[in-house]
Design a protein. Sequence first.
Length: 342
Amino acid sequence: MKNMIIGVDLAKAVFQLHGAAPDGKPVFRKKLSRNQFLRFMSQYPDAVVAMEACGSAHYWARELGELGHDVLLIPPQYVRPFVKRQKNDAADAEAIVIAARQPEMRFVLPKTEEQQSHAALFRARERLVHQRTELVNALRALLYEFGHVLPAGIRQLSRIDALLDTEDGALPLLVRDECRDLLEQIAEKTVRIDARTQKAQLLAERTGPAKRLQTMPGVGPITALAFEAFAPDMTSFRRGRDFAAWLGLVPRQHSSGGKERLGRITKAGQADIRRLLIIGAMSRLNRLGRSCIQKGSWLERMLAKKPRMLVAIALANKMARAIWAMMTKQEDYRIPTPTVAA
C-alpha cells in the first residue's frame, strides 16, 4: 500500500492536486501547470494517483505508471456525489480522493496506445458514415422540394443519378448542379469509408482475439475492432452477465419492497459495442438470417411469440455472454445444441 493518495483534476493547462494520507487526512493542495505537474510527479515518491476517466486520462495513466505510481481511473459519474457544496477544481480533486478510498468503488482500466489507435480508426469511420448520411439526407430533401420522393438509404443513389441524367426539364439547371455536387461529395466520403473499412479488416485479421470474435454469427471486423478498442479485459468480469450489464443490455430495475419491477434496457454501458451487437443480432433475424435458425432452438421459440426488436436485444445479451466465455476460455464460437422445450 502506497503511503499517499493523490487526486488529480485534469485540465488542458492547469492541474489541481489533492494529496491525502491513507486515512484520508489532507496533506497538501497544489495547482500546477502542465510542465510543473509532470516534473512534480517524477520527483514525488511512489503514490496512488486517482483521476477521472475523461479526456487525456489514459495518456496520463501511462505516463504516471512509467514513473512508478499506481493509477486509478474513476468514472466521472461516480465522483460527482462526493463533491462538497460548491464545485471547483479543488473540490473536484478532493472528491476524487474520497471516491478512490471507497472499498466498493469501480475503476476503469487504462487503455494502451494500441487500443486508443484502434479507437481513433473506429471513430474516424463512424464520423465519415455520419457525414455521408447527412449528405444523402440533404440530397433527398432537395429533390423532395421539387416533387421527387425517394426512400432512405445509400442504395437510392443510382436512382438519383438516373433521375439527374434525364433531360425532361423537370429539375432546374441550378438544382441539377447542386445535386451532382452532393453526389460527388458522397462518392468522396464512400472512398474514405471503404479505405478505413479495409484497415479495420486487416487489423481484425492480425490478432487472435479479433479472429475468434468473428467466428460468432453477427460479429464482423468492425464489431471486432470496437471490442479491441473499447472493451476492458474480460477477466475483470466475474461472469458473462456482468459483461452484459456493463454494456447496458440488461433491464433497468425499479424494484422495492421485495417486488421486482423491470423496465427497458439501461443503455448505461459502452454505446458503440452495444449498438453493433444489436445490429448483428438483427442481421440474424432478417429474412436471410432466419433460414439459418435451427429448429427447436431458443431463438425460434422467441421469434414465435415476441416482437423482433425485443428478440434482437435478448439475442445481443446472449451474444455478449457468449463473447465473455469465448475470451476467458480462449475458445472459438460453438453452435449451441437445441434443447426440446418441456
